[in-house]
Structure formats: C-alpha cells, structure tokens
Design a protein around this ligand. Structure first.
Ligand code: GAR
Length: 214
C-alpha cells in the first residue's frame, strides 16, 4: 500500500479528485495518510476531515525564520513515512532538503503544458491570465516529479485543453481542472502505486501504457 501525504494551500479540488478516485477504485494500492496545509482555514482541510484524514497546518507565520518553517514542514511530512508526497495545489516553494529527502517521490500538478507557462510566478490563476494574454489556442495540465528547479522535473502525464474565445481566467481554470488536472493527477498516482512508473534521467517511462486514454 503506497502511503501518500498530500500538501495543499487552498480549495483542494485536486485533493478531492484523488480521494474520489481512491473511493471509486481508479486509484488502487494507495492511501492518503495526512493532508498538510501551509494556510490555516482552507477548504482542503475540511475535505480531509470529511474523509477522516488528519489535516495539519504548518504555516510560515508560526515561525520566526523561513529556515525554521522549512525544517518543521519537512519533519511533519517525514513523520508519516510517506512513499509519495503529492503537491495538490501547493503554493509553497518546496525546500531543497525536502526534494533531497524524497528523490523522484514528490509529484506536482501544474495548470499548463510544461515547458510553457511555468516557472517562477506561474501559479494558480496567474497561469491562465498569462495563457489568455498570449492568445494560445491550446493549454492543459502537467503532472510531473519535483526536482530542485521550479516546474523542471520529469514529466509523467500531460493533457491538452482548448482555449475558447471569451474565456476568462476563472472559466479557463475550471475547464483545465475538469478536463485535465482531476484526471491526470489520480491517473499518475495509480500508475506509481502499481509500480508502472520509472524515471530514466529526465524522462519518465510508463510500462504497458497507452497515452491519450484519459
Ligand atoms: C490548481 O489549478 C493547480 O494546478 C494549481 O493551483 C490550483 C489549486 O487548486 N497549482 C499550481 O499552480 C502549482 N504551481 P486546488 O486547491 O483546488 O487543487
């Protein structure tokens, strides 16, 4: 059974997609042990509580220095001895020590097709604002392993989503979530939980898998 700790910062719709996929048997051999938020009072914590999963807050505001926050954040994650750390709408820049402690065992969902619209400053709604400003016709989402760069780790799954004339950032964000994020993140977790995913250098190999099914 793959032990998962989910790191969140906000509404937690990606967390919900993971929990629903476990309930529906679309993710097998995996359990969510804890949900850790850097922000108090967010709905992601309520979603965890509704499932009887422990929800914990570790906020930078509780600490005098960034280093002290990062140490506590890592210690809390490690205390659950996870096999996989899942960043599901997590807006914390993951500390280097966390990446080193979990090599190729942290995954993130990014709301665009990496390497477009990613890196520093590209998070949440801002990504969709930039996509609309640039006028691209296709965007999407990427599920990838986390390395010590920003959105630079090996790519596991991607899914494309069309931009429509008249889209607002909010409308586009919702479509990218529904059509891509809530599908590829649970799918990636299921593949990892069932031993199908390996990393070779910067590339991910998935055994016996046909892309484009979901
Ligand atoms: C999602 O769109 C996720 O891809 C994005 O924030 C949103 C969180 O929504 N994450 C990032 O931008 C990370 N760089 P959620 O809290 O409802 O899952």
């Amino acid at each position: 059974m793959l032990r998962i700790v989910v790191l969140v910062s906000g509404g937690g719709t990606n967390l919900q997609a993971i929990l629903d996929a476990i309930d529906a048997g679309r993710i097998t051999n995996a359990e969510v042990c804890a949900v850790i938020s850097n922000n108090p009072g967010v709905y992601a914590l309520t979603r965890a509580e509704n499932k009887g999963i422990e929800g914990i807050v570790i906020s930078p505001k509780q600490f005098e220095t960034r280093a002290a926050f990062e140490e506590a954040y890592l210690e809390k994650v490690q205390s659950y001895e996870p096999d996989l750390v899942v960043l599901a709408g997590c807006m914390v820049v993951i500390p280097k020590k966390m990446v080193e402690a979990f090599p190729n065992r942290i995954i993130n969902i990014h709301p665009a097709l990496i390497p477009s619209f990613c890196g520093t400053g590209f998070y949440g709604l801002h990504v969709h604002e930039k996509v609309l400003e640039r006028g691209v016709r296709v965007t999407g989402a990427t599920c990838h392993f986390v390395d010590d760069g920003t959105d630079t780790g090996p790519i596991i799954l991607q899914k494309a989503v069309y931009v429509q004339d008249g889209d607002t950032p909010e409308v586009l964000q919702r479509r990218v979530m529904e059509e891509a994020e809530w599908k590829i993140m649970p799918e990636a977790i299921n593949l990892i939980a069932n031993g199908k995913v390996r990393v070779e250098g910067r590339k991910v190999i998935i055994d016996d898998y046909t892309f484009g099914k979901i």
